[in-house]
Ligand binder design. Structure first.
Ligand code: BGC
Length: 376
């Protein structure tokens, strides 16, 4: 069903895309943009306006994602309407997307705050045959979604679980070891994969008793953190520390599974306030390689982060957009994993990479992602 929809969509895109190109030049009013588009469409490439909707400016990664995509789309000759939805404000994201649809955008790239809250807004895109690329997070319950571009989210979780397994040498060491679990926003579909991937590795050790979760909080809902907020994860972890009695001189905490860096940072704050230092910090995971977290990795306060190079994802999406605008099929490498409730969404999954104190220079500095000064 999805395939049929896509086939007719591609046909419509070719026709509509050409038609919309003409009209969008009149309607392009993106603030502060030095648009090179003219009535004749003299920009390079096919030209046209692309809407990019990002969830928040309060986390480093989304600023980078948005900025990278805007720069690359512009370099490819497109005009870009880039919007951030305040600080994860769902109604703001809905109205920004509605404005993009009304304002002549020909492709939408959307990183949803709440994967299930865009069904109605995206009906407008489907009606106008505007293809939608779900960016990083899958948009649920909408058949307006044509493609999904992300990192391999299950693998991210798996890498975190395997890191803990190997660092504690769970297959050989006697144990038992104490672990606590922290994941992200319950309305972010990625959480199912991050938490699921990690728990597929760790659950057998919990079942055998080699890993123990003293707080008793093992369900995804109990481990969730609204909006991936650092403050929320810090608060929850302070409660766990005091209820279990963790501390450098108290109950030993061996590892904390954290699904990403913003939640990991909150956990590290709580542990430091309880007296932990680089000398006795438990193993702590993360994701994104946010600057404050990389600093903590270097300082020995966080064990690892999973690096998702936002430049790679942005690049991939720009190629996808360009293919759609040219009426060709974008490259995809997964047609099985991501069902959004209306069918499987053809996806492109980029590869995540583990970063530790040992390889951060090579992966983050030598590649030009950060300067030494950024993470000193
Ligand atoms: C992204 C992560 C990010 C988190 C919080 C997830 O959907 O995949 O990279 O850390 O959202 O913004």
């Amino acid at each position: 069903m999805k395939k049929k929809f896509l086939a007719s969509l591609m046909a419509m895109v070719m026709v509509f895309g050409l038609a919309a190109c003409g009209s969008s030049t009149d309607a392009t009013t993106t603030e502060g943009e030095d648009t090179a588009t003219t009535e004749e469409g003299t920009t390079s490439g096919t030209g046209g306006k692309i809407g990019v909707s990002m969830p928040t400016q309060s986390l480093q990664r989304w600023n980078q994602d948005g900025a990278n995509m805007k720069a690359e789309l512009e370099a490819a000759g497109y005009e870009v309407d880039l919007q951030y939805a305040g600080d994860n404000d769902i109604p703001t994201q809905v109205s920004q997307i509605e404005n993009m649809i009304a304002g002549g955008c020909e492709v939408l790239v959307v990183a949803a705050i709440d994967g299930s809250s865009l069904t109605t807004a995206l009906q407008g895109a489907a009606e106008k045959n505007i293809p939608v690329i779900a960016y990083d997070r899958l948009i649920m319950d909408s058949d307006a979604v044509s493609y999904y571009a992300t990192f391999d989210n299950y693998k991210v979780g798996q890498m975190q679980g395997e890191y803990i397994r190997d660092a504690l040498d769970l297959d050989n060491a006697e144990g038992p070891f104490n672990i606590e679990l922290v994941t992200g926003a319950p309305d972010d579909n990625n959480v199912n994969y991050f938490f699921g991937g990690a728990m597929d590795v760790l659950q057998p050790y919990i079942d055998s008793g080699k890993l123990v979760v003293p707080s008793g909080q093992t369900e995804k809902a109990q481990c969730a953190t609204a909006n991936w907020s650092t403050e929320e994860s810090q608060k929850r972890f302070e409660n766990i520390i005091s209820s279990v009695g963790y501390g450098p001189n108290g109950v030993k905490l061996d590892a904390v599974l954290c699904s990403n860096d913003s939640t990991s940072y909150g956990v590290q704050n709580a542990l430091q306030a309880a007296g932990y230092t680089a000398d006795n910090m438990p193993i702590i995971t993360g994701q994104d390689c946010d600057k404050p977290n990389v600093k903590n990795i270097v300082a020995g306060l966080q064990s690892m982060s999973v690096f998702k190079d936002t430049r790679t994802l942005a690049e991939k999406v720009v190629v996808m957009v360009d293919a759609i605008m040219k009426g060709t099929e974008p490259e995809i490498n997964d047609t099985e994993t991501y069902d959004n409730g209306t069918g499987v969404i053809p996806s492109y999954l980029c590869d995540p990479v583990i970063v530790t104190k040992d390889n951060y220079k090579e992966i983050l500095i030598d590649s030009g992602y950060y300067t030494e000064a950024d993470v000193a």
